[in-house]
Design a protein around this ligand. Structure first.
Ligand SMILES: C[S@@+](CC[C@H](N)C(=O)[O-])C[C@H]1O[C@@H](n2cnc3c(N)ncnc32)[C@H](O)[C@@H]1O
Length: 251
């Protein structure tokens, strides 16, 4: 998908349509971290800019880094419609200095699959967080039964080179410049890497939520979480095939 197609697919989305997604992410973060007007947040890979725009609307400081000039422009245009100017820097996170001990929270949702040298960038994220800072991560899961990246049976399971060739063959070589998922992650790979970086707490999506302390406990959710908390083998099995890898890490 080209950037223009990505923008066109998202053009109909209003800021209020993203409120719910914003609330979900921040409800999860707030279980571990207080957010106030002094909190400094960074989002890596801002897409249409909805997250930094909503943060600014709510009086929260959130800077963004985005590799696509077209998307930075679109985010400005999107924000302007609501009288908000998002603070989004144009740049490739792989070559951008994000500082040392600068942020309280760093968020990356559906971005790291596109970051070729992801290990180096995760180290950068770790360094850029203050002590006690939180990293909110969501990305691909290699063994997911359905891929959010490309509609092909067991797409994520395929070896990387095969996936790249398939995408180039079907979508043209520009896919390698924008849109390719260089990485299909696994929970065990990421858990190991986050711990190796030095995060003091590494929680997958199941660990992160105490079933007795959910903000909006729905019965089935509570029930499922209880089961997964109790039976670790089942938890790992469910996460192995889950649609994405989802972590909260505390420095
Ligand atoms: C699938 S979109 C997700 C956007 C947003 N985080 C969301 O969840 O709606 C991934 C975004 O990351 C950006 N991106 C990909 N690689 C990047 C990199 N190396 N540095 C900065 N941004 C990058 C893409 O341009 C795109 O806007």
């Amino acid at each position: 998908m080209s950037i223009s197609d990505y923008i066109e697919n998202n053009r109909h989305i209003k800021l209020e349509d993203k409120e719910h997604d914003w609330e979900i992410i921040f409800e999860r973060i707030k279980k571990f971290k207080t957010i106030n007007h002094d909190t400094k947040i960074l989002e890596i890979g801002t897409g249409t800019g909805w997250l930094p725009i909503l943060c600014k609307k709510k009086g929260i400081s959130c800077k963004g880094i985005e590799i696509s000039a077209q998307l930075v422009e679109y985010a400005k245009y999107f924000g302007q419609k609501y009288g908000i100017e998002p603070d989004i820097e144009l740049g490739n996170i792989e070559g951008t200095d994000i500082g040392i001990s600068k942020y309280d929270i760093i968020i990356a949702t559906s971005t790291f699959e596109h970051v070729q040298y992801w290990q180096k960038v995760l180290k950068k994220v770790f360094d850029a967080l203050k002590s006690g800072g939180l990293f909110y991560f969501y990305s691909t899961n290699k063994f997911s039964l359905i891929s959010g990246e490309y509609n092909f049976p067991l797409y994520g399971w395929l070896p990387n080179n095969f996936r790249y060739h398939l995408r180039i063959y079907r979508q043209g070589k520009d896919i390698m410049k924008f849109g390719i998922d260089f990485n299909q992650f696994t929970y065990s790979q990421l858990r190991y890497f986050f711990k190796k970086l030095g995060f003091s707490t590494v929680l997958d999506i199941v660990d992160a939520f105490d079933p007795h302390n959910l903000n909006n406990p729905k019965n089935w959710k509570n029930f499922l979480l209880n089961i997964l908390h109790r039976f670790k083998v089942l938890k790992h099995l469910v996460l192995f095939f889950a649609p994405g890898t989802h972590f909260i890490c505390i420095k």
